[in-house]
Every structure is written in structure tokens, then in C-alpha cells.
Design a protein around this ligand. Structure first.
Ligand code: 0PR
Length: 375
């Protein structure tokens, strides 16, 4: 017997009400945000569209081309594709680097995202990790030694690490990559839509750009881009690298399929493009500056709380630990609806300031922490 639609809709509404929402301010550690309303409309409107079938649904190809061209101009990139997220982008970057080579060695600092480990397991690559302190960028001298020793087919570094938001020295590593003829992928899943804007204001000194040693850059639209999930962009230096992540599929009207997924949400591509247009360059710049201001405020206020140790930051990720509560602070905060995440290598907690956060959300966290540490 099938259930009444009205009962199911009621049940869905109940589940929705029980589910945390970014705009309520408690989600303080997740690298996701409340999607832009224009993106939500676009997503719903194109909910029926398979993003893997651009012949039947040219809107997907058009939006993908415009995204690659317009977002790509931030990084001087002309070639690229839309993917389902930072994980798929990282897997594809490694695939692009190794597809026509016999070497299966990846060199990366230990601070890279776990999707690099995942990619290496999937593609049977040897992952050489350079021990790197979570609060420091990779040491370029050690990196060059590893490149000499292992002759990798790809180096992966991060522009905004997952745990602490540290930015590896892109230009210096690019020089090393160029000198040794090695592919360099920069994982900008988190930092990609912050760094170009913060650089204009002298808040960071990193030139995130394709070419001169940088072969690919990934940037997640569903993180600081404020697009509905799933949405990431992977930019390549040339068309040949893009071809390396495409596969013949002669039964499809388009004859080929690029990326890991088969059938995929075309609505996400249209949504990413219209979110990008709705927020605009000025909007992304304002977001980045506002988020840095919130981070500064949170950092300064946490520094004043006795029993709290807060670490220096580069991008709007604030990591701190409680000397009074240690690891148990995580559960205490979650039980009060304050969803911070762990920074395991520092045995600390992580707040990721995202576009939806206001001063009010941060003040609620600060008040709770002050109360917990008083007396
Ligand atoms: N590269 C970096 C630097 C990342 O931080 C992440 C995700 C990825 C790649 C992978 O991206 P996808 O998750 O899009 O495949 N980092 C987020 C994090 O660890 C993932 C996340 C996001 C986890 C939201 C939980 C959550 O609620 O925070």
C-alpha cells in the first residue's frame, strides 16, 4: 500500500525542521553555506536535466563554458570543466597528470585534503607525503628534495588547507615544478574564491594563476561560491589536459563524457552560473572582506578568554583549543547546537567563517565559550 502524498509531504517538512540550517547560525565548522536564492531557482528549474548530455540539454554546456571563461578569468584560465566537488576535481587533476605517463608517484604536503589519499588508492599511485606542520605552508626546499628523489608525475599543494586554511607557496612551488617538468595541481577548493579578492586588498600575497608551472587549479563553487551542492570547477593549462579527463562514449549524442560521473545534476551547473552572476565580482569581494573581518574579531575575542588557546590564521578559519575542556568541548558545543568541526592534527576545534555568517552568530559562540570558561 502506498502512502498518501500529503502524509509524505508532512513528514518531509518535519525532517526539514529538525535539520540544521546555515542561516540559523549554528553551523560554524562546515565548509558549506546557504545557497544563493537565484541558484536554488535555477537548480529546481533544471532538476530534470542530465549534465552528462549536453547534446539534448545545450543549456548545460553553455553554462559550463561561461563559468569556465568567467570564473577562469580570475586565474587566467581558459580550459576547464564543472565537477561534483573538490574530491572529483582532485581525482581528475591526478588523472590528467598520469594518464599518459608511466610514473604513478604523487608528492604532496601532509596537509593536503584526504581526497588526495582517496585518489591515490583509486588510481594505484604512490603518495609521498612531506611532513608539514598544520599551521605552516610546505617547505619548498624539502619539496624540491622529494621531487629530485621520487621524480613524481604530479605535485599537489593547497591554497587554503582544510584544517587551518594555510596557503602553500604557489609561485615558489610552481617554479620548482617548471624546473623539473612536473605537473602541479593547486587545490583551491576552499581558498580559490577568496584569495584573488583578498590579494587586491593586500590581505594575502599569493598569485593564484594557471601557467608558469601551474597545470591545474580547482575551485569549489559550493563552498565560498555559495552555489547549491554539488559544484566545483577544475581549470587546466591547456586543452590536452582537459582531454585527458574525457572518455569516448559513442552511444551518447555528444560522443564523449568528461569527468568521473555519468548521469549528473545538470541543474547544479546552471545554478552555479546564475549564482556567480547574482553575486558578481563585487559581491564575492565584499564576502571575502566581511569574512576576514569576522575572523579577526573572533580571533581577538578568543584570545581574551582565559583557558582558550587560539592559533594564527591566514584565511577565515579560526582554530582554537580549550585547556579546561580539551577534546570534550566538541561534544559540549554540539549538544548546544554549535556545530564546530575538529582540527585533529592540533587536537583543536575549527570555525570556518562562511558567507552566511553574521556577527550575531559569532557572538553566540563567544558568549557560550566565555560562560564555559568563567570561574
Ligand atoms: N580540498 C579541500 C582543501 C577541502 O577542504 C575539501 C573539502 C575538498 C578538497 C573536497 O571537497 P568536496 O567535499 O567538495 O569533495 N573540505 C570540507 C571539510 O573538510 C568538506 C566538508 C564540507 C565536510 C562540509 C563537512 C561539511 O559539512 O570541511
Amino acid at each position: 500500500m502506498c502512502a498518501h502524498i500529503s502524509d509524505l509531504l508532512r513528514e518531509i517538512e518535519e525532517l526539514y525542521r529538525e535539520t540544521p540550517r546555515h542561516i540559523d547560525g549554528g553551523i560554524l565548522g562546515s565548509m558549506t553555506t546557504w545557497p544563493h536564492e537565484v541558484g536554488v531557482v535555477a537548480f529546481n528549474r533544471f532538476i530534470h536535466v542530465n549534465g552528462n548530455d549536453p547534446a539534448l540539454f545545450p543549456v548545460v554546456r553553455e553554462c559550463e563554458e561561461k563559468l569556465v571563461s568567467e570564473v577562469g578569468s580570475l586565474y587566467s584560465a581558459k580550459y576547464g570543466l564543472h565537477t561534483s566537488g573538490g574530491t572529483e576535481s582532485n581525482i581528475l587533476a591526478i588523472l590528467a597528470a598520469i594518464r599518459n605517463t608511466s610514473s604513478r608517484v604523487v608528492v604532496a604536503p601532509s596537509t593536503v585534503h584526504k581526497s588526495i589519499d582517496k585518489a591515490c588508492i583509486l588510481m594505484n599511485c604512490k603518495l609521498v607525503k612531506i611532513p608539514t606542520h598544520p599551521l605552516k605552508p610546505v617547505d619548498k626546499g624539502v619539496l624540491e628534495e622529494k621531487v629530485r628523489e621520487y621524480k613524481p608525475s604530479i605535485i599537489v599543494i593547497t591554497a587554503g588547507t582544510t584544517e587551518t586554511g594555510v596557503v602553500d607557496p604557489v609561485e615558489e612551488v610552481a617554479e620548482i615544478a617548471e624546473k623539473h617538468g612536473v605537473y602541479l595541481h593547486v587545490d583551491g577548493a576552499y581558498g580559490g574564491l577568496l584569495i584573488p579578492f583578498l590579494r587586491r586588498h593586500g590581505l594575502i600575497n599569493v598569485d593564484l594563476r594557471i601557467g608558469n608551472g601551474v597545470s591545474s587549479i580547482s575551485v569549489d563553487m559550493h563552498k565560498n561560491g555559495a552555489s547549491p551542492i554539488p559544484s566545483s570547477l577544475l581549470f587546466f593549462q591547456d586543452r590536452d589536459l582537459l582531454d585527458n579527463v574525457c572518455f569516448d562514449m559513442d552511444y551518447m549524442p555528444s560522443g564523449k563524457s568528461c569527468g568521473l560521473l555519468g548521469t549528473r545534476p545538470g541543474g547544479a551547473v546552471v545554478a552555479a552560473y546564475y549564482t556567480w552572476r547574482a553575486i558578481g565580482l563585487r559581491g564575492y569581494e565584499e564576502n571575502a572582506l566581511r569574512m576576514m573581518n569576522h575572523a579577526k574579531y573572533l580571533f581577538e575575542e578568543l584570545s581574551e578568554i582565559p583557558g582558550v588557546e587560539v592559533y594564527p590564521y591566514t584565511l577565515p578559519i579560526i582554530v582554537f583549543k580549550s585547556l579546561k575542556y580539551g577534546d570534550s568541548l566538541f561534544n559540549i558545543l554540539w549538544s548546544r547546537g554549535l556545530y564546530l568541526y575538529k582540527a585533529p592534527s592540533l587536537k583543536a576545534l575549527r570555525v570556518v567563517i562562511m558567507p552566511h555568517h553574521s556577527r550575531l552568530h559569532i557572538d553566540r559562540l563567544l558568549k557560550t565559550l566565555r560562560d564555559l570558561h568563567s570561574g
